[in-house]
Design a binder for this molecule. Structure first.
Ligand SMILES: Cc1ncc(COP(=O)(O)O)c(C=O)c1O
Length: 163
């Protein structure tokens, strides 16, 4: 299905997804010439440079290269959330709709969805309600996951007051 749609798109700029982009000749050349090594032993200079650049770019102590967005999202959730926590996500968020429930199946987390508005932000009242929590052990503890680019809504920054 995706293949047929791609063929029809022709020379137009295809904005269906970041995943439909292809590497340019310069990118292919860079991949061909990249210095490689065993990343587990810390011997891949290309990965090391990329991780250092990513950490510096976003002002973090360190970065970790993972082979897919889905894996990155899952690693982030597993490192932030214990089993039995509630992950608050937009109802159109990639992590909720397209990642096979990985946070539940592998991490014991519960998805709690809040409506995504047309501009991609979260419904504020829904978010405030979702964040309500008491120490009552009946309820899973909330952890908020705010996506800047919900896949189905238009990409839009989440407004600070929503957080
Ligand atoms: C917001 C978002 N998260 C995660 C992914 C998944 O990335 P991957 O296909 O590399 O697993 C995508 C893919 O388009 C995405 O748009």
């Amino acid at each position: 299905m995706y293949g047929e749609a791609s063929a029809k798109v022709g020379a137009a700029i295809d904005l269906r997804s970041d995943t439909v982009t292809l590497p340019s000749p310069a990118m292919r050349e860079a991949m061909l010439r990249a210095e490689l090594g065993d990343d587990v032993y810390g011997e891949d200079p290309t990965v090391q440079r990329l991780e250092a650049l990513a950490a510096e770019t976003v002002g973090k102590e360190a970065a970790l290269l993972v082979p897919s967005g889905t894996m990155g999202n899952l690693a982030a959730l597993l490192s932030h959330c214990e089993r039995g926590t509630r992950v608050i996500v937009g109802d159109k968020a990639h992590i909720f709709r397209y990642e096979a429930g990985g946070a539940s199946t592998l991490g014991g987390m519960v998805y709690h969805t809040v409506s995504n508005e047309r501009d991609g932000t979260l419904d504020q009242a829904g978010l405030v309600a979702a964040l309500q929590h008491t120490d009552d052990a009946h309820f899973a503890r909330p952890v908020c996951s705010v996506w800047r680019t919900p896949t189905i809504s238009a990409a839009a920054p989440c407004l600070r007051p929503h957080i």
